[in-house]
Design a protein around this ligand. Sequence first.
Ligand SMILES: [Zn+2]
Length: 1001
Amino acid sequence: MRRISFLLALFSLTTFAQAQTMQPTPNAHWKLQWTQPVEEIKSTAYMFLHEKSGAPLLYLANEDDNKVFCIAFRTPPTDSTGIAHIMEHSVLCGSERFPSKEPFVDLLKSSLQTFLNAFTADDRTMYPVASRNDKDFTNLMTVYLDAVFFPNVKKIPEILMQEGWHYVVNEAGNLEYNGIVYSEMKGVYSSPQSVLYRTIQKSMYPDSTYANDSGGNPDNIPDLTQKQFAEFHDKYYHPSNSLIYLYGDGNIDAHLTFLHDEFLSKFERSQETGDRRQETAVIPQPVFTEPKDITAEYSVDEGESTDAKTFLSMNYLLPTDLDNAVRSYGLDMLPYILVNGEAGQLRRALLDAELGLDVEASFDSSILQPCFSIIIHNSDPDKKEKFLEVLETTLKKLVAEGIDRRIIEGAINRTEFMLREFQISGFPKGLAVNMQILETWAYGGDPLGHLRFEPILKSLREGMEKNFFENLIEEYLLNNPSRGFVMLQPKQGLEKEKSDQLAAKLAEVKKSLSPEQLEEIKRQKEALLERQATPDNPEDVAKIPQLELSDVDRAAEDIPFNKIPSTMPIVQVDVDTNKIAYITVLFDLTPWQENPAVLSYFSNVLGRLDTENYSYTDLSNEIDLHTGGISTGLSVSSIYKESEKFNLHLLARVKTTLPKLDKGLKLVHEILTKTKFDNTARLKEILQEYRVGLEQSLMSSGHSFARTRSASYFSRKEKYRDEISGIDHYRFLVNLEKNFDSEGEKFAQTLEAYSKTLFSASNGQILVTLPKEDFESIRPTLKDFESKFLAAPPAGRSEGVSQTTSLTQANEAVIIPSRVQYVVKSANFRDLGFEHTGRLLVLTNILRTGYLWNNIRVQGGAYGGGFSADMNGVFSLWSYRDPHLKRTVDIYKGVADYLENLELSEEDLTKALIATIGSLDKPLTPSEKGGRVMGMLLSGLTQSDLQRERDEVLATTVEDLRKLAPMFRKGMAQNNICVFGNETKIEEDKELFKTTIRPIE
Ligand SMILES: [Zn+2]
């Protein structure tokens, strides 16, 4: 039930020239099964079979220097103990050749990697790495392959205890569970949407592997035994059950030889081990004999209302059709066409029937047998019948009368834009391609089937005229017997009920134990703690292959740009964009900062209301037909080396192909200056969706809200951020919604006034990411756009700067319906006499992969923890999905002592410097390059500042890091704490807080 939009954008025509890549020479161990060009991604595909072990390998040769390697295994689960997920974590905890406790972390500490992680999907597990440095790339492959094939997890039971689950005897002498995946999944199960998705999956696939949670249900994780764990590895982690993938400009022959010599030659595809493919095939769910009707519950806190908190969903199980890529793409677009796009006709019908505050549709093409879902958020149980009726009649009507052609055309254009553009922030392109390939390859389908999008788009355009999309609705939704209605209702205190049950169960367990057995549990925990606390043998760590400082580029990447005087000053970022124009129009609102919450809401509704020339649904169609998207929002930017000042801008972004830029900019102008605010019903509708969305992020990203909030006690900038996007903003939305019927009209007038006065040439500027020659060709279009704005703000627009906001140290505990905590403490290092230097970046790597990793994650059982510092001086320590509260605060106190006594060998320091440079050098997409230039200009950073920062990184000594100890000693003593978390846990540690709030009513 992942969002499909992400996977759709996973491949592109090109950002690099036609490949003249190396051809493989015949290799005795690898049989070349076929080779084919793949025009759409300018690659040549080679499919090999390693004959001795039975491992298949797909090699995509091209000119991309960001090389990707991934080994995946088919791991369909047979229960919900999370065995596949815990294995994914555990194989990276030491192997035969690399016996240190966490080679994965050793790599994070030392590599130039551009990607290093592992994923567990519903029926497969992936281990991807990426690097632009050849030597580094081979190092990463070596460590990962040894990890998956020869892990220590079968020999060392403490690994399952640490990564999965183990018993703890707490201070009161009672048993508890702890473990990293256990906490991670408790966090996942705290989110109502996650519970909904899992309930749908369980209901729709009762007889299939997909009924099980491959991530692990916290209720079932403790059923997992070491024996099952070891058997799971034996069964699934064999080359004949793997799918190996290589991508980029590497040396094919060298890679093939390396894989054979170092790893695959050690395996046999024998009678005895067998070919695992048969055993791991996914058995499809049989067609339902009658529709399902399922109701389940999720927990809300005792005092919380249950009104308008029910989810209603209708789900359709689709037959497998691996070879039909056109069907797959069509179904991928259907959620947008029907519901997720603003103009969706089913969306309108469902919202107009007042069934709930938001609606969504989803289709997951990444599993063998996909499911199509339509979900109503914030509804009530008594709306079920109405929902089913509106759904049925609307779908029938769409089939009978046809879907609005412009909506379909817009959806196809939108998809095409994503395919050609290819941009996924933080994700190497080669990995994105691999995920697309696995959608078919994992089940024995054509690995390239979904990559060849040119003929697919053509078929869809032709099909549109022949009712292709209407037929999809008829066949797979209306006439589909395998359907299920799933309702998820809130229940007060369910969480408490469940934790009482768990406590009772654990009390029973304890009663059943003999004194010797209880001693044994304590002994095991001590053995675990001892292993965790014992530093690795330096010889073991030294086995991890290492780069040297000479492998690192000393010069910071310089992104070329030009400043061009014009009515609105222009910054042209001179990078290749594959004929796509990325334009950001910025309006400086620094003098008009008053009413931050209203400004934020204003920036959010732009583009979603009627304008003088378009209804909002027509506007949405126009945007899809002519652009790759238009977005608006506020940006608060720090000013380099200034503690209190910040800049405020409203940004409007548009991306288009060059011939459509004129149209794109006309739409931007229309949205900014011709929006009509008189439709208060529509304003309220957007407000409700917006509030619901923010509420969902409060639960999933508590650490980021808590970080802003804890810094808002002492920083005006962070206070402002909290007001435009944090907890404070959430409370503003809740209040506005309550009083909207009486105050809506006045509110609409304020928004109207903003649109008439905030945008003029005198406070505007334009950022254009486009190479010089293309830029010249669009210059007249830009001039025309600039001339449409007022020269200066109209008279009467007074400057209303900085009503001096008073800051208070509220030290809040924020109760949310969650089973885990997000614990944050912040301070300002500039106020404590420290400056922003490259040393802080080195420290970020050292704390994240060292002290915090060991104490918060490894020993504390939280999913994560970290340190961050910004240019204004705000720094924070934070934890993510943390079972603890006070313990974590104590860990933060210990940072100063840790740093004061920091001992790092020369090698360890060098590793940290290399890894820090690696984090600065992550490859950027063209639009990200534009974004970086914009960020530098807004905050006053120059290229020489970046170079100095890089020099500071490379010159950092252990003594420099020790000198940062007082920053933490003094900063943590100021005690700016904010914690999001579970009510019971907060109650236990309430002496830490001055205030307790419960934002969700
Ligand atoms: Zn995990």
